[in-house]
Design a protein. Structure first.
Lengths: 933, 122
């Protein structure tokens, strides 16, 4: 339980902390410290297990089908990082209390900081790679929000965007890499992956998986050529830079390499990719740091360089190098975080970070200066400080690296060169800021020491630097052992945490680095002149231009595809469907399957001929809209006949009644529309459409033919067998609709209702004046409601209603049912509207069709939910038989209530749609009063 | 018989697609209706063509496949709802734009595209 607690408490804290913002900065800082304190207390009892190389596991199921679990795993490496995150986090909270101004949004700052802390703890404590990836992405997001904390600054927004783009892109690569690893191993659980190192490394996909994982690690840890985002992330408030961009988040990439070290490391590919990337980053970062005038810029590039150093150590592949890498993670975090804090104090007290302005601060803030000087010495690798120890280990390892092709001299040379640069920029940090004359044009003058408590975090970190530097075995030995043990997966090599190993080559390299670095700094003007001869690449400008080029490309693509023309979209849609369908179709060859063709049945063939002719005539004569409509209705009627012919009486009845309603609907619409379609399309356009139509039609013919002549098997035997015993009806189609697939039907009548309500809403406040006559200029007939039609329609109504009730009731056993009965009722009512006018009919049917729809849906839902009362799932139906006088034995199924809902919804939706259109006409409203009188 | 049935579906598709690509709303609605006839017939025919085997228990020796029929039955009704919706959409288009072109306006070849207009206003 304690592990998930450690991870999730900061998130809870992020919710709670802003509530304390009212109480001032001290209150919120104290509140924000609580999760870390509890977490430390929760981790403490596990120390005994971890010190001996054990692990602590806590696993909860989440999505087992995807291999994703809430699995947490604590070992020495995770503990080391967790301690860094928690302890430095506490110091940052204290520091930020004084760094932030009271007017700033302190609540937001601490909430984001806690979110970040939780995410970072999630990365290091995850026992499942997918879970780790979620936290990995969360750190990218929270880092984005923290860099852009001062979001009124354009530079901050751009820096944040750049960081998100680079680390987010790396996160995608990492996702792909992890999926590959999971695929190879068959599990995402860290224990399984770590145990399957040989399997992974011998797999054909190993190079791909490794490259992807390393892309994720390199982007996160700002390795060359992805390092450029880190200096631009320095737009963040300094506590963020100290915490995320030096001590913790940028170490996530390094952590990943350490975490997966047993699973991925030890191959030639690992060696070359990781060590050369590390070498390049080490050198470039250290070189550029020399020339930065911005205090934080110098530290950022130095961070890049040190991350390169750690990467290089991991890349070397020896066990001692891995131990050195873990050790340097600790050391770098302590001295760099304290340096950032010192830089923040200087910025805070002088109002600038430009080293050309900041000089001679020793006189104004000797206390801060002392602390910064000790930390900078550690960065340079001065003996008796922690930076020296890991640097010596690094030098020693660089000598062991036997690069083939006579390149063995390269790593030690790179290491010494980077050492020289490091000494030079550390010297610059100390000398330029605290000595070197007097301050120049400081915005805040004279500077003085910061508040007492603002220095405490720096003091603690500097104290740690000294303690580790002087008594390494005592202070850090056990933790380093546990972390190294976990990194290497057991078998820690012999190493000695002593200050001096005697006069040896690494020591000579250190001496060379010192002499060279100090020389370089004393001759810095020459180097500055040399450096100034090269034009500096502004990564931000390059990045922005790449981004705007991409955005532009997307715009152009969208503009080319989406120009606002529906006609064009329809064309593209048809073309894409044809393109997709043609591929399998073209490989088929034979289109008549095993079953062959059945003999032609002439009456049916003649009907089919009528249908084909009418369909073609509709297309050819579509300009005469009324004629096209009449021809269309013939097509619909033949379709109904086809259903009847091929054993689908329910479909035939449905098609027939829908046909009537559709044609009435289109007639109504045509009343308002031009009755004639103008010639518009060019001949070329018509030819193109004709070709598309013929290809589509031909394709459908072949597909249908191929399908119809294939043997097939169906799941319908189940429905046929269970229709009577399970659903209590013999009309299997109806039983499927109201029983087996009742939930589908409920969804479908809901769609129907929504469509009808949409129609009502669209036409509610719309007025359309119909043209005064038809296309040929004939005026409309004055006799809107002919007497004959009226006289026939009225007695028809009760008859039609009776038929619909009959169809409804028998539906469960014989063709019929709610859909068909509803349509028949609708047709009967619509005929009254046509025959007698809107107002006359509305007066006699005082029903709001919205309510009918609502009632219908209610019936259907209640009928479904009713089964809950008897402990059955939704829409379970029951049935019984009762004897009615005259009718005889009659079966009553609960599905009948459901079908009643269908019936009502169909009526309501159909009539609401048609009446809405009919109401548009001012004609009917004027006519009706006369009709009444 | 299968060939004739396939030809029917092919014709409905071809005429439907041709009308779908027209410039005015009414032919497009008619085209959609034809296309939906074709699609319904196609879906229905996945249960194969059988005569005199309606899936009403006790009415025949063997029964045709009831499942596609149930699917098509609701498809017909939903198809009607969608047709009605599209018709009303085109009526609303007519009311708002006083034009029944599917693009909401007559094509004007000289009119600059949206992007060009944006670029011009910058």
């Amino acid at each position: 339980m304690s592990l998930p607690l450690v991870v999730f408490l900061p998130f809870l804290g992020a919710i709670a902390a802003p509530l304390f913002a009212q109480g001032g900065r001290t209150a919120i800082a104290i509140a924000s410290s609580v999760p870390a304190l509890i977490a430390l207390a929760a981790l403490f009892p596990h120390w005994e297990t971890l010190a001996g190389g054990g692990t602590v596991l806590a696993s909860y199921e989440w999505l087992p089908a995807l291999g994703l679990s809430f699995s947490f795993r604590l070992d020495g490496l995770a503990l080391l990082f967790a301690l860094l995150i928690l302890l430095i986090g506490l110091l940052i909270i204290l520091y930020a209390r004084y760094y932030l101004k009271p007017a700033e949004n302190v609540g937001k700052f601490y909430a984001l900081l806690l979110c970040f802390k939780g995410s970072m703890l999630g990365i290091v404590l995850s026992g499942n790679l997918l879970l780790m990836l979620i936290f990995w992405e969360l750190t990218s997001l929270t880092s984005f929000l923290l860099i852009s904390f001062w979001n009124h600054k354009q530079d901050a927004r751009r820096g944040a965007r750049m960081a998100l783009a680079v680390t987010g892109g790396g996160g995608l690569a990492l996702l792909a890499g992890i999926l590959l690893i999971g695929n190879i191993v068959g599990s995402y659980e860290l224990d399984d992956v770590l145990a399957a190192g040989d399997l992974i490394k011998s797999h054909a996909l190993y190079p791909v998986a490794l490259t992807l994982v390393l892309l994720g690690a390199f982007t996160k840890s700002a390795q060359f050529p992805f390092h450029f985002w880190l200096p631009h992330a320095m737009q963040a408030p300094t506590p963020v830079s100290a915490y995320l961009h030096s001590a913790t988040m940028v170490k996530a990439g390094v952590f990943l390499m350490a975490r997966l070290y047993p699973a991925l490391a030890g191959t030639e590919q690992w060696f070359y990719m990781v060590s050369f990337t590390g070498m390049a980053t080490l050198l470039i970062g250290a070189y550029v740091a020399m020339f930065k005038h911005d205090l934080k810029g110098l530290l950022a590039h130095s961070t890049v360089s040190h991350l390169g150093l750690i990467t290089l150590l991991f890349g070397m592949g020896t066990k001692l190098a891995a131990v050195a890498a873990v050790f340097h993670v600790i050391n770098h975090a302590t001295f760099k975080a304290s340096l950032f804090m010192a830089a923040g104090i200087i910025d805070h007290e002088t109002g600038t970070r430009d080293m050309r302005q900041i000089n001679g601060l020793w006189r104004y803030m000797p206390h801060t200066a002392t602390l910064a000087m000790v930390a900078a010495s550690s960065m340079a690798g001065v003996p008796l400080l922690n930076g020296f120890l890991s640097k010596e280990m690094f030098f020693a390892e660089s000598l062991q690296l036997n690069l083939p092709g006579g390149l063995a001299w390269l790593p030690p040379l790179v290491a010494t060169l980077a050492g020289i640069f490091a000494v030079a920029y550390s010297a610059r940090f100390v000398h330029d800021v605290f000595f070197n004359g007097k301050p120049v044009n400081l915005p805040i003058y004279p500077p003085h020491e910061p508040p007492r408590y603002m220095k405490i975090p720096v003091e603690i970190l500097v104290f740690a630097c000294i303690m580790v530097g002087m008594f390494p075995a005592f202070s850090i030995g056990p933790l380093l052992y546990a972390a190294s043990y976990a990194t290497l997966g057991g078998e820690v090599p012999d190493y000695h945490l002593t200050i001096l190993h005697g006069i040896n080559l690494p020591l000579m390299m250190s001496v060379a680095a010192f002499v060279g670095g100090l020389l370089m700094y004393s001759q810095r003007q020459k180097f500055f002149d040399f450096h100034a001869r090269f034009r500096e690449i502004d990564e931000k400008a390059v990045f922005e231009s790449v981004v705007s080029w991409l955005v532009d490309l997307a715009h152009r693509f969208t503009g080319a595809i989406e120009n606002g023309s529906l006609q064009r979209y329809a064309m593209l849609l048809v073309v894409s469907v044809i393109a997709v369908a043609l591929v399998p179709l073209s490989t088929m060859g034979v289109f008549v399957g095993e079953n062959g063709l059945s003999p032609v049945d002439w009456p049916t063939a003649i009907a089919a001929g009528v249908l084909i002719l009418c369909a073609i005539a509709t297309a050819i004569g579509h300009r005469e809209r009324f004629i096209a409509l009449v021809l269309l209705s013939v097509v619909g009627l033949v379709v109904a006949l086809a259903f009847a012919r091929f054993s689908a009486p329910d479909l035939a009845m449905t098609q027939l009644s829908v046909e009537v309603v559709t044609i009435v609907l289109l007639m109504l619409a045509l009343y308002y529309m031009p009755s004639w379609t103008p010639h518009e399309s060019t001949g070329g356009r018509r030819l193109r459409d004709l070709v598309l139509a013929l290809v589509a039609g031909g394709g459908m013919t072949l597909v249908t033919l191929a399908m119809l002549t294939q043997p097939f098997s169906s799941i319908s035997q189940f429905f046929l067998e269970n229709s009577k015993p399970g659903g209590g009806g013999t009309n299997v189609v109806n039983v499927i609709l109201v029983d087996f697939r009742g939930f589908d039907t409920l969804g479908e009548i809901t769609v129907l209702a929504i469509a009808a309500l949409g129609i009502y809403a669209m036409l509610k406040d719309t007025a359309l004046t119909p043209p005064p006559g038809d296309g040929q200029g004939h005026p409309w007939t004055r006799d809107a409601h002919p007497l004959m039609l009226k006289q026939i329609a009225r007695p028809m109504l009760p008859l039609a209603l009776m038929v619909s009730v009959y169809i409804f009731l028998r539906g469960h056993n014989l063709p019929g049912g709610g859909f068909i009965a509803g349509l028949v009722t609708s047709v009967a009512l619509i005929i009254q509207y046509i025959a007698s006018g809107m107002t006359w009919t509305q007066d006699r049917i005082p029903v709001k069709y919205h309510n009918v729809i609502g009632l219908g849906l209610l019936f259907a839902t209640v009928a479904g939910a009713g089964s809950f009362a008897f402990g059955y799932p939704f829409l379970t139906s029951t049935f019984d038989y009762i004897s009615w006088p005259v009718v005889g034995k009659f079966e009553v199924a609960s599905a009948l209530i459901f079908d009643l809902g269908v019936y009502l919804t169909v009526i309501g939706a159909t009539l609401l749609a048609l009446v809405s259109i009919g109401r548009l006409s001012p004609h009917s409203a004027i006519k009706s009063p006369r009709e009444k009188s | 018989m299968e060939l004739i049935f396939a030809l029917v579906i092919g014709t409905l598709t071809a005429t439907g697609v041709y009308l779908l690509l027209r410039a005015r709303t009414f032919p497009v609605v008619v085209g959609l209706t034809l296309l939906s006839y074709g699609v319904n017939l196609f879906l229905f025919s996945t249960g194969r063509l059988a005569t005199g085997q309606q899936p009403v228990l006790g009415s025949a020796e063997t029964y045709s496949d009831p499942l596609p029929q149930a699917l098509v039955l609701t498809a017909i009704v939903i198809g009607f709802a969608m047709t009605a919706f599209v018709v009303v959409l085109s009526l609303r288009n007519l009311a708002d734009n006083e034009d029944d072109h599917v693009d909401g306006r007559q094509p004007q070849p000289t009119e600059p595209s949206k992007r060009e207009r944006e670029a011009g206003s910058k």
